[in-house]
Design a protein around this ligand. Sequence first.
Ligand SMILES: C[S@@+](CC[C@H](N)C(=O)[O-])C[C@H]1O[C@@H](n2cnc3c(N)ncnc32)[C@H](O)[C@@H]1O
Length: 166
Amino acid sequence: MSTDPYGLRPGEAAIELPEDFDAGVYFVGRIRTPWQRREECPKNARESDAVCSIEVDPRYAAALKDIETSSHLLVLYWMDKARRDLVLQAPRHYDTQRGTFALRSPVRPNPIAASVVKLVGVAGPRLSVIGLDCLDGTPLIDIKPYFASVDAVPDAVVGWHAERKT
Ligand SMILES: C[S@@+](CC[C@H](N)C(=O)[O-])C[C@H]1O[C@@H](n2cnc3c(N)ncnc32)[C@H](O)[C@@H]1O
């Protein structure tokens, strides 16, 4: 099953995905950003300081209690425009192919994206944040407080990225 109108780049490999899903998710809201096309999006969450909105479905409004006490949040979202069947990828801005699980590409079997964002405002079920990199309307899966004490690993390394020339 190919789901991408753009096809494969040299060095990329696709697999046949399982026939059935193992679990389901609930979208708990939508993310509002200034970006309508993938090419316009920042490549990662630190590339832009645009203020974006997270619109939580009113059904889940009570789940936001105390969120304003966090300075930063871990946001999980569903990259709904990404194909899901690539195991090797050759992103345009990188110099070689790499395994999907070695990349932060939105293209993956479960197209879940994660970003640590700065919380700058809360108005009812709408959060204003800095640090997102997704298309306007991207579905929201989850929000968690970011614990610097537990989540930050200052000496963490991604070897291939550190060695990258381009
Ligand atoms: C490299 S991913 C990183 C996502 C997240 N920060 C992470 O690390 O998991 C960000 C890119 O995904 C693409 N993208 C954004 N929203 C998307 C969506 N709804 N569906 C598919 N691709 C999307 C854009 O090209 C954007 O630059």
